[in-house]
Ligand binder design. Structure first.
Ligand code: ADP
Ligand code: MG
Length: 804
């Protein structure tokens, strides 16, 4: 209900914007005529002049008409393609930081050059995110001649590149690459020790192509950098020894095979851990600081009482191998994650495997929110307007197509899956008989393979790249987004007469299907048009409406004829998992169209609401984690780029002293002289003359603080004298950065453990985020305290070994 209201509310301002864009587009068309007579050199000179004006501070909005006109002329000269008004409107929407919905084949790649060129003039660098490496290269090379004419440089970042090449690519005015490379470069830059080593130069404007894939489908997929953690076998063995002695009264197992310690179990484990030095005398597993220890205790418990040897895993040649529970076959090389495999190895007395640790992580959702300006384009955005608005504060503008759409869209809802398969087969056979090209969409790789098997069982044969021209044999191609470059070629030929192609949603995305085939002559093209254009068959509805529309959108591009039909059945997963009340199936009788329509809509709405809630929930967790990351890494960047590490080290040292005084010699409570002495010796390496407080504890406390400050300062001054200020500063700078990296990776791990445990606590939904936030903050304060203590302890011990 709320969803529908919001949807309607989005309509009005979007329409007003469109009217504005249309007016601006008309001004661009007029101004464009005056660019015609420019020589190429004059074109570039004019672009240079606009760049100077932009960098002198004139608003991009004030020059956008001039720039668009210039780019339009450059495109005409370089590519022979003159951006049409629909493309200008799309580009204007992108420039305003919106999501532009432009249908497949409308020319988004070219439209993007307009807004990229304009924003590049500001000098901040433009990032264009494409769905895969192949498209990053293709689009950059395709559009380079346009940018060249304007004197703008273009770079590409791909996975296999060293930092020097990468840095060059980022130095260009416009940089193409896949979304994950941009995100990883950001994470890696954050861990560099000098500014000169970093590769990115900021986050000004990002344009995301096929934006729904990045900001909706894969929005919360974790992007993590890993590093080796080293040998922790002693830790696992010690925990194992504690867990091995537990009795059934010490734990509970619920019906979902989840295990938890009972209260007696907790005290028993606490005692065992203390004995083995894993838990300090005055702490327990219940405390937030023990969160990671508790995680590993629970994993060891699972290894002992939930997983059974020769049922869940086998031990072969001294190794723990997971068994596939369905087939009973061992699966060598697969490992349980989050320390469970190590716990099993400890239980079975096997060698304990090395671990990796997450050094830093982000998601597209959080990474792309860093940009000062963000825009995206895709064929299907309107259906996700609410989510773009709620999560990213982005508005959707639906750009009308250049030519009217004449595609015919249909749906059929069959009673059974068998009926559905038969209908799909009939559809393919009859289209092939008149050589109408067919694209069959599947929701997953498994389903695409099942469709291939269906065709094969009926006399069809799978082939690789289709030959040019007419395909008369019963052959089909199968694409599942594994080999982007090869699949791009196959999908480009999917419009050839008689071609049959099975594809998953991502396969060949970003590549156009032209009627007749990739380089078809007019006769072939006319033949395909006569046969009805491209026929798109959906083999089931998706959980969301968008991928359905995306698939249909493959047909009928740029005013081409075409038809799309979904064949679904009452047995399909999208219906059965949505818990909608469906009519009882009558074999061989499809559900009436009006009933089917309503059913499909209801199911999809239900799934969509569920998914949005899930993503918003994750966003709140991730936003908290990201906020901590940003706080630490902003500080790390200040340390890296700032000029006075000694001063910062002193401030942190004083704060560390404050911590000790507050804990051991507070103004308002008894003092712990022994504890203080021990802490000062171990952290500050100093021996301070400590006498018990007099009647005036507040003054004593303050005096003691000042004494320790002064002694510590003197000690460090001695180091400055012997090592030299510049060198000592450098050492401290690196020390601080390395400490932050290490502490963050530990903190991140604790937060992940916390996330998982909060889920197990079965709290009412409204309390979940609050509880997470509260405990995450506690953990963060401890991390920051560890930072100043560790740093101080290291700094007080810095020395230069005399070279021998
Ligand atoms: P989209 O990304 O929107 O699906 P593409 O950018 O791949 O579409 O472009 C589809 C096709 O349209 C390309 O072959 C391109 O050359 C062509 N095209 C785009 N804009 C124009 C134009 N203004 N004039 C002529 N052809 C164009
Ligand atoms: Mg595209």
């Amino acid at each position: 209900m709320i969803l529908r209201l919001a949807r309607r509310a989005l309509g009005f301002p979007a329409r007003r914007k469109l009217t504005q864009y249309e007016a601006t587009a008309r001004r661009i068309l007029t101004s464009d005529a005056s660019c015609r007579q420019f020589t190429d050199a004059a074109l570039r000179e004019r672009a240079g002049e606009l760049r100077r004006r932009a960098q002198a501070g004139i608003a991009l909005d004030d020059i956008k008409v001039d720039v668009f006109a210039l780019v339009r002329e450059a495109a005409r000269r370089a590519l022979g393609e003159h951006p049409v008004p629909a493309q200008l409107i799309g580009a204007l929407a992108l420039h305003d930081g919106h999501i532009a919905e432009m249908k497949t084949g409308e020319g988004k790649t070219l439209a993007a050059t307009l807004v990229c060129a304009l924003n590049a003039l500001s000098g901040h660098g433009v990032h264009v995110a494409t769905p895969n490496d192949y498209l990053a290269e293709r689009d950059a090379n395709w559009m380079r001649p346009v940018y060249d004419l304007l004197g703008l440089s273009v770079g590409v970042v791909t996975q296999e590149m060293d930092d020097d090449v990468r840095r060059e690519a980022y130095r260009c005015d416009i940089t193409y690459g896949i979304a994950s490379e941009f995100s990883f470069d950001y994470l890696r830059d954050n861990m560099k020790f000098t500014t000169a080593e970093t590769v990115q130069r900021g986050h000004g404007f990002a344009l995301i192509d096929e934006v729904d894939a990045v900001l909706i489908d894969e929005a919360t997929m974790p992007l993590a950098l890993f590093g080796p953690l080293g040998d922790h076998s002693g830790f696992y063995r010690a925990i194992d020894m504690v867990i091995a002695t537990l009795q059934p009264a010490h734990y509970d197992i619920d019906h979902r095979r989840r295990v938890a310690l009972t209260e007696t179990g907790y005290s028993e484990v606490d005692r065992g851990l203390r004995q083995r030095g894993l838990l300090k005398a005055d702490t327990t597993l219940h405390e937030i600081a023990s969160i990671s220890l508790l995680h590993h205790v629970v994993q060891a418990l699972r290894a002992h009482v939930v997983l059974a040897r020769d049922r869940d895993y086998v031990v072969q040649d001294g190794q723990v191998t997971i068994v596939d529970t369905l087939t009973g076959r061992p699966m060598p090389g697969r490992r349980y994650d989050e320390g469970l495999h190590q716990a099993l190895e400890a239980k079975e007395g096997c060698a304990i495997g090395e671990e990796t640790r997450t050094l830093a992580a982000t998601t597209f959702q959080t990474y792309f929110r860093r940009y000062a300006k963000l825009a995206g384009m895709t064929g299907t955005a309107i259906t996700d307007a609410v989510e773009y608005r709620d999560v990213y504060s982005l508005d959707v503008v639906a750009v009308p197509t250049h030519r009217p759409l004449i595609r015919v869209d249909e749906s059929a809802l069959h009673a059974t899956a068998a009926d559905k398969r038969a209908a799909i087969l009939r559809e393919v056979e009859s289209a092939h008989a008149r050589r109408q090209p067919v694209l069959i969409g599947a929701p997953s790789i498994e389903r695409s393979e099942a469709l291939a098997a269906l065709l094969e069982a009926n006399g069809w044969r799978q082939s690789g790249a289709p030959p040019n021209g007419e395909i008369s044999e019963k052959t089909f191609a199968l694409l599942n987004a594994k080999h982007h470059a090869r699949e791009a070629h196959i999908i480009a030929s999917a419009g050839a007469p008689g071609a049959v192609t099975i594809a998953t949603a991502m396969a060949g995305r970003g590549t156009d299907i032209r009627l007749g085939g990739e380089h078809a002559d007019d006769v072939t093209r006319a033949r395909v048009i006569a046969a009805g254009g491209l026929l798109v068959i959906g083999s089931t509805h998706h959980e969301q409406e968008r991928p359905d529309r995306q698939l249909r959108g493959r047909a009928g591009r740029q005013g081409d004829p075409g038809r799309s039909i979904f064949h679904a059945s009452l047995e399909d997963e999208f219906l059965t998992t949505a818990a909608v009340r469906a009519p009882s199936p009558v074999q061989n009788t499809p559900v009436a169209t009006s009933v089917a329509k309503r059913l499909i809509r209801t199911a999809q709405r239900r799934h969509e609401t569920r998914n949005i809630d899930r993503r918003l929930g994750l966003l709140r967790f991730d936003a908290i984690i990201q906020h901590q990351y940003d706080t630490l890494y902003d500080m790390r960047r200040d340390i890296r780029d700032g000029d006075n590490p000694l001063f910062l080290a002193q401030r942190l040292r004083r704060e560390a002293v404050d911590d000790l005084i507050a804990r051991f010699a507070p103004p308002d409570a008894p003092w712990d002289i022994d504890g203080l002495d021990h802490a000062i010796r171990s952290i500050l390496t100093l021996a301070v003359d400590l006498s018990p407080p007099s009647a005036q504890r507040t003054i004593d406390s303050e005096n003691l603080k000042q004494t320790i400050y002064a002694m510590a300062d003197r000690w460090m001054e001695g180091k400055v004298a012997s090592i030299g200020e510049a060198l000592l500063g450098d050492i401290l700078r690196r020390l601080m950065m390395a400490l932050i990296d290490q502490l963050w990776s530990e903190q991140f791990e604790r937060l992940e453990h916390l996330k998982r445990q909060i889920g197990d606590r079965r709290l009412p939904p409204h309390k979940v985020v609050a509880e997470f936030q509260h405990e995450a903050f506690d953990l963060f304060e401890r991390t920051v305290m560890d930072f100043r203590h560790d740093l101080t302890a290291h700094a007080m011990r810095v020395g230069i070994k005399a070279s021998s």
